[in-house]
Design a protein around this ligand. Structure first.
Ligand SMILES: [Zn+2]
Length: 269
């Protein structure tokens, strides 16, 4: 699933050519009406003012006070070339080529909708999201306060409330780097371990961003390239293989219905 490095990679590509373009039309294709595509047609006639990001959401403020919100879900891909299948949204733009933006999403967890700017009542995850991990608001003090909860650290990070944009892959990677078991109660973490986790999150996201993210199956850059971080993953997807730090076999458990990969020796509960 695309997380912060993947979505930021997409944003950096879109920001080079989308701002200033007027949306001629925005329409669903092979996708039923519903909350995932809320008020999409309202984008027509409005100019794209910027391409921003909050966590895993792309936010495109529009000229008449609206905002186009895009979430790639599990398998969403934004492309300039028309995909062969699973096309959900087509956006027609003014100006020079490329004049089309396509949203492909085989598993349909993605969203492509319009809301009044900053009004995230129908997007509760976005409304309650913690600070950006690569911004200056992600302080140790604030992070420690947000972790004072009765919940496994893995589940709490995945909720996006302590910090924005960290999903399954980078949560497992950061916990491995910080030597924290995924089921550890968040509020029981010492200040030193919270500091280690905070730094691990920053480090792993920056390293992945430098590689344009991780591609397992669907994620692609707008230009159709794969992210290169897969080969650098230490924990995620490596169950049964030796830990690069201590040699013990990595394990996989399910936490909150998601796979968690960890080292039983260096990430003790
Ligand atoms: Zn280990």
């Amino acid at each position: 699933m695309p997380e912060l490095p993947e979505v930021e990679t997409v944003r950096r590509e879109l920001v080079t050519w989308l701002p200033g373009r007027r949306i001629v039309s925005a329409a669903r294709v092979e996708a039923p009406a519903g909350p995932k595509y809320h008020a999409l047609e309202r984008a027509a006639g409005q100019r794209i003012e910027a391409v921003d990001r909050r966590g895993k959401f792309l936010l495109l403020p529009l000229s008449r006070g609206d905002e186009l919100v895009i979430h790639l879900g599990m398998t969403g891909v934004i492309a300039q070339e028309r995909p062969a299948n699973h096309l959900r949204v087509m956006v027609e733009l003014s100006g020079p080529k490329p004049r089309r933006l396509y949203f492909r999403d085989p598993r349909r967890f993605g969203r492509f909708l319009v809301v009044p700017r900053g009004d995230y009542r129908i997007l509760p995850t976005l409304a309650a999201m913690g600070p950006e991990p690569l911004g200056r608001d992600f302080t140790l003090e604030d992070f420690a306060t947000r972790l004072e909860r009765q919940a496994p650290i893995k589940s709490l990070i995945m909720s996006q409330r302590p910090v924005a944009g960290v999903g399954n892959i980078y949560c497992d990677e950061a916990l491995w780097r910080a030597r924290i078991h995924p089921l550890t109660q968040a509020r029981k973490l010492s200040r030193a371990r919270v500091a280690a986790l905070r730094q691990a999150i920053v480090d792993v996201l920056e390293a992945s961003l430098a590689a344009q993210g991780t591609t397992f199956s669907d994620y692609r850059t707008v230009g159709g390239e794969s992210g290169d971080y897969l080969s650098q993953l230490d924990a995620y997807g490596h169950a049964g293989e030796p830990c690069k730090r201590c040699g013990a076999r990595l394990r996989r458990i399910v936490v909150g219905q998601r796979s968690s990969h960890y080292c039983p020796k260096c990430q003790r509960r």
